[in-house]
Design a protein around this ligand. Sequence first.
Ligand code: AOF
Ligand code: ZN
Length: 349
Amino acid sequence: MSRADERHMARAIEIAQSVRTRTSPNPWVGCVVVDSAGAVVGEGATAPPGGPHAEIGALGLAGDAARGATVYVTLEPCSHQGRTPPCTEALIRAGVTRVVAAVGDPDERVTGAGFVALEAAGVTVSRGLLAAAVSDQLRPYLVHRSTGRPYVVLKLATTLDGRTAAADGSSRWITGPEARRDVHRLRAESDAVLVGAGTVRHDDPELTVRDDGGSEPSRQPLRVVLGHAPKSARVQPALELGGDLGAVLDELGRRDVLQLLVEGGAHVAHGFHAQGLVDRYVWYLAPAFLGGDDGQPVFAGPGAATMADAWRGRLVSVCRLGGDLRIDVEPDRVHFPPISAASGENAAL
Ligand code: AOF
Ligand code: ZN
């Protein structure tokens, strides 16, 4: 594949990112239509649920110029009748000659059928371009459609000495305004936000998105409490769940939660961590010390008894937010979905 192919797919990824918080439970997809002379004649992104898919928006803009064109799309085009008609049919009808897709769609209604339909109609299909970047971008969607469970993000804000609250229980504010704004962005990307009943009793959080970069949030995440939340709690109306955490994730997956943000407290963080249920740790770290051993630790419960048993992950990114740091860490397990080294394709499909 050429440099131009890469550039167009990179643009499709950028377009997809612009609708990251607006399409769930559908995937956030970007599409670029390029005519045989190499000119971009249409661009599109997935509309909110029930609305047109990325390809349809891009083909609509391209009009007749789509005939003989190449279509770059971050996800395999759908071939099923859902709330909207199949994109494969629209692509074939428009007369495009080549479709370049980054990753396959693990949705059970698609799983390769989109590529098969295009090829059967004589459209050339190229897969795997920038697949690693798109697998990252679409990971919550890919995890949900492949496992039935949400992608779990554990968020914590601590002092440099690893405390989430002082000895008197006060925890506002550990980090500065930039980091707090970032947390709201994280909430906006999440379909559900979860806390324990202890955190509800103690902090009475609202768990809403209040600052999504200045614009009005398109939706509020489902608020989930592990245990019971008083009627008067600010988190209400909330979904109250209990029992096994795996079953909680199954239930949230059934409710179309692609990304779950776990916001505390220490017992809940320990539960998800100890059971290996966290897909990404997002750590906000303030250059502050409580300076003793009487503050609230991140995890409540037994930890590794010896250093050889310490949990070790992979550092994904470190970024500065005002006066604080955000550190993202992933479990060092096999990447999901696995990327085949040979082809760069989404090997799950
Ligand atoms: C695409 N392009 O931009 C998106 C796709 O109910 P519907 O009709 O909206 O279908 C939802 C399913 O369509 C979703 O689960 C996924 O398989 C696919 N999403 N497909 O070709 C897109 N957003
Ligand atoms: Zn579609």
